[in-house]
Design a protein around this ligand. Structure first.
Ligand code: PHE
Length: 351
């Protein structure tokens, strides 16, 4: 092979090496191996040669052509390898990366309080009952000795929902007290024959925790909040029992024996007499302050009657406490809204 062909092979190899993409490479190929490329030109140039010369020149050109083709294929392969390597790198999974952990779930602080309340009252023999949040006017007000024109209704402004009638609308319950009636009516139904026979009915002893609603919103009031109702009805249940039960509950709940309770005279249509229950811690950041935690009282005879019981025979107490408030006191939280914002950074601290 003469120098001219060696130079051509060298030029082709350099041009192929300079091609960075498959299409650049095809363009470079055309310059050397295409229809009007260098090799074709050299072939054409042989026309004037003798037969012998054609033979040796042709063989030399062919060899050069094969060398250029080999260089082309080599470069093609190299580009394909590069492309594959690039793709592999892009799609690579780093299997050494630690997996994403699922955070641990946990109960909401108010749910923890409700569980705690249920546990403590459960140990005192109280059942746990649940009732509807959409309530009728009858259970929420009228049956609780709060007729339509009663001024106490104005403190329980709430959200009215479709269904029901103008005289008896459906509403979001403003307290858990309707559960006093609902639960007692069921109890009375269950022991109907005992009651009709004039025998002693098993006592009603129940708590009813759940969500309640009022048109109220600030740092210590939320339009949705929780209450837990308590009801104990028997033949000889007095205010003394209320004091004992609630004092025992508070001391257990707050794990403090020197917690002091105060029963402050108050008014509710469905209890008579009625009292707000305040507690006072003797130590800690809240020491010395009276903190209201529940409303309570002896169940009004009209309410006992609406339960289907004879108020001359059956008597007892009821209370309604605020689990949200209890949760704030227990954990030292000063804004109720934090409980309902759903911020996991806040909520996860309680588990
Ligand atoms: N239901 C009353 C309220 O929401 C609280 C209460 C319950 C008072 C039971 C007395 C007896 O304010």
């Amino acid at each position: 092979m003469n120098d001219e062909l060696e130079v051509l092979i060298g030029n082709a190899t350099t041009a192929f090496a300079a091609a960075g993409t498959p299409s650049d490479l095809e363009n470079a190929k055309a310059q050397f191996l295409g229809k009007s490329g260098r090799i074709t030109e050299l072939m054409k140039g042989m026309a004037s040669l003798s037969v012998d010369e054609k033979k040796s020149r042709g063989a030399a050109i062919n060899k050069a052509k094969q060398a250029i083709e080999a260089a082309l294929n080599g470069r093609r392969q190299a580009l394909a390898d590069e492309e594959l390597a690039k793709q592999l790198k892009q799609e690579a999974l780093d299997v050494t990366l630690p997996g994403r952990e699922r955070g641990n779930g946990g109960l909401h602080p108010v749910s923890l309080t409700l569980e705690r309340i249920e546990g403590i009252f459960g140990s005192m023999g109280f059942d746990v009952a649940e009732g509807p949040e959409i309530e009728s006017d009858w259970f929420n007000f009228t049956a609780l000795n709060t007729p339509a024109d009663h001024p106490a209704r104005s403190m329980h402004d709430t959200f009215y929902v479709e269904g029901g009638s103008a005289e008896a609308p459906n509403l979001l319950r403003t307290h858990t007290s309707p559960m006093q009636i609902r639960h007692a009516v069921q109890h009375v139904k269950r022991y109907k024959s005992v009651i009709e026979a004039g025998e002693s009915m098993p006592e009603i002893r129940v708590i009813a925790p759940g969500r309640t609603y009022r048109v109220d919103s600030d740092a210590t009031h939320s339009p949705m909040f929780h209450q837990c109702e308590g009801l104990w009805i028997g033949e000889n249940i007095s205010f003394k029992d209320l004091k004992f039960v609630f004092t025992d509950f508070c001391r257990t709940f707050f794990e403090s024996d020197d917690l002091v309770l105060r029963f402050r005279p108050s008014y509710f249509p469905f209890t008579e007499p009625s009292a707000e229950i305040d507690i006072q811690f003797q130590a800690g950041p809240l020491a010395g302050k009276w903190l209201e935690v529940a409303g309570s009282g002896q169940v009004h005879p009209n309410v006992v009657r609406n339960m289907g019981l004879d108020p001359e025979r059956y008597i007892g107490f009821a209370f309604g406490m605020g689990p949200d408030r209890l949760t704030m006191l227990r954990y030292g939280v000063n804004d109720l809204r934090l409980f309902f914002d759903g911020d996991v950074r806040f909520l996860s601290q309680f588990n």
